[in-house]
Design a protein around this ligand. Structure first.
Ligand SMILES: [Zn+2]
Length: 82
């Protein structure tokens, strides 16, 4: 009985996790696999640097790109919205 309960919970959990993750990805999936500032492929310089700009997720190849982004955020955000 106890085993049945835990199996059911496990299945429910997987379903819930799937629904939640697909729902989250649907509204926050990042469209680019390149650095917004340099255009370099993300991951080639190590872990991408993820930044939240007023609720918009942006990713850079490295942290110094954040400074360049902050100089002209609108210019770089335009790339994201293409
Ligand atoms: Zn960079």
């Amino acid at each position: 009985m106890r085993k049945k309960f835990s199996t059911t919970s496990y299945v429910l959990f997987i379903c819930l996790a799937f629904v939640l993750s697909s729902g989250l990805q649907g509204c926050s999936q990042y469209p680019l696999d390149t650095c917004l500032v340099t255009g370099k492929k993300l991951g080639t310089m190590g872990e991408p640097y993820v930044h939240d700009h007023n609720g918009t997720t942006v990713k850079f190849c490295c942290e110094p790109c954040l400074d360049k982004f902050n100089e002209e955020p609108d210019k770089y955000l335009a790339k994201l919205r293409k």
